[in-house]
Design a protein around this ligand. Structure first.
Ligand code: COA
Ligand code: MG
Length: 309
């Protein structure tokens, strides 16, 4: 609802940068929290070889218990359900008290509901409030996931974010490449990315862009992150600490954007006082969507300031 007040909604949790750390690498686990990422993703899946899967769970649990995460969100990426490893991943690492889980290769809403029930049970056992453990879903890694994405996004109130990713989809499809030579996305991958953005926005979750793998190419990372931010993605995965500062900067509005948003909100307050919900601002018509967008920009800037960045 639009009112004449220029007040802004409560600051959302910022999830601009989500840094992956291999769950069996104690050196990187110790280093991860120093990178300044909003979220750390302690990985049990693709960054861990099969022979280390069991050991990595325990290392991740102990890291959760003993490392100082400096206020970063503590996430664990478990193995996909069909590997048979996922439930033990949850059971062992819940003892470390993570804030949430990243779920790879989600195929349908049934996958999410199953995990939701498992977490409710583990919350009861460990004395944590029901529904408090969050989910970040990777729902474009399989063809089924892309096709079911809207229902996946709406399957659980725990779901806080949804990240799109192309590499596993590409391998499931048998695509020879997921990028054109100029770096742009072939149609099916652009579709998956848009589907993630739309489904996450429709469900009120954070839409998150996939990581940029060439971690020595800062300019390429900045370009891709900026494009995602301009579309409405609110954050991006990172695979290397050096990517975090660039991502954090790109996913908060610039000073000019904030000043422009505040000016528009001030003009809206005056227009509402005159009884006008649609009004002329800088030669163009402005109404509710522009005002709501300006509010979101100011809210994100406030959240960034509150998080000290
Ligand atoms: N988290 C924490 N620390 C990291 C890190 C990460 N993701 N990536 C690199 N570092 C550390 C390194 O350990 C090194 O620290 P040190 O100098 O104290 O040893 C420092 O940052 C510089 O690293 P660098 O030498 O540039 O990179 P690397 O060759 O050690 O590692 C990768 C490169 C890609 C293997 C590494 O960045 C990585 O493991 N990324 C995450 C992979 C992953 O989890 N993938 C799954 C999700 S897609
Ligand atoms: Mg993967």
């Amino acid at each position: 609802m639009v009112t004449g007040e220029s007040s802004t909604p409560a600051a959302p949790r910022l999830r601009r940068s989500l840094l992956w750390v291999p769950g069996d690498d104690e050196r990187k686990l110790a280093k991860g929290p120093t990178a300044g990422a909003d979220s750390l993703v302690l990985d049990l899946e693709d960054a861990v070889v099969p022979a280390h899967k069991v050991k990595a769970r325990e290392i991740v649990r102990d890291s959760l218990l003993h490392l100082d995460f400096r206020g970063a969100e503590k996430l664990v990426r478990i193995n996909p359900l069909e590997t048979g490893l996922a439930l033990d991943d949850l059971t062992v690492t819940m003892a470390g008290g993570p804030d949430g889980y990243m779920i790879p290769k989600v195929r349908s809403e049934d996958d999410v509901r199953f995990l939701d029930r498992a977490l409710s049970n583990l919350e009861a056992i460990s004395g944590r409030p029901q529904g408090s453990v969050r989910l970040i879903l990777l729902a474009t890694e399989t063809p089924e996931g892309v096709l079911n994405i809207r229902r996946i996004a709406q399957a659980s109130l725990r779901s806080a974010g949804m990240m799109w990713a192309s590499e596993d989809l590409s391998s499931a499809l048998g695509s020879r490449r997921s990028r054109r030579a100029d770096g742009s996305l072939p149609d099916v991958f652009a579709f998956a990315r848009s589907a993630c953005l739309l489904a996450a926005a429709a469900a009120g979750m954070d839409p998150l862009d996939m990581p940029y793998f060439e971690f020595h190419d800062d300019a390429g990372l900045e370009r891709e992150a900026l494009e995602a931010a301009e579309l409405g993605f609110t954050g991006k995965g990172a695979i290397h600490p050096a990517q975090v500062a660039i991502i954090n900067r790109v996913f908060i509005p610039s000073e000019e954007e904030v000043a422009e948003a505040n000016a528009l909100l001030a003009a809206a307050t005056e227009a509402f006082a005159r009884g006008q919900a649609a009004f002329v601002y800088k030669g163009a018509m402005v109404d509710a969507p522009h005002i709501n967008r300006a509010r979101k920009i100011v809210a994100r800037a406030n959240a960034a300031r509150e998080s000290g960045t």
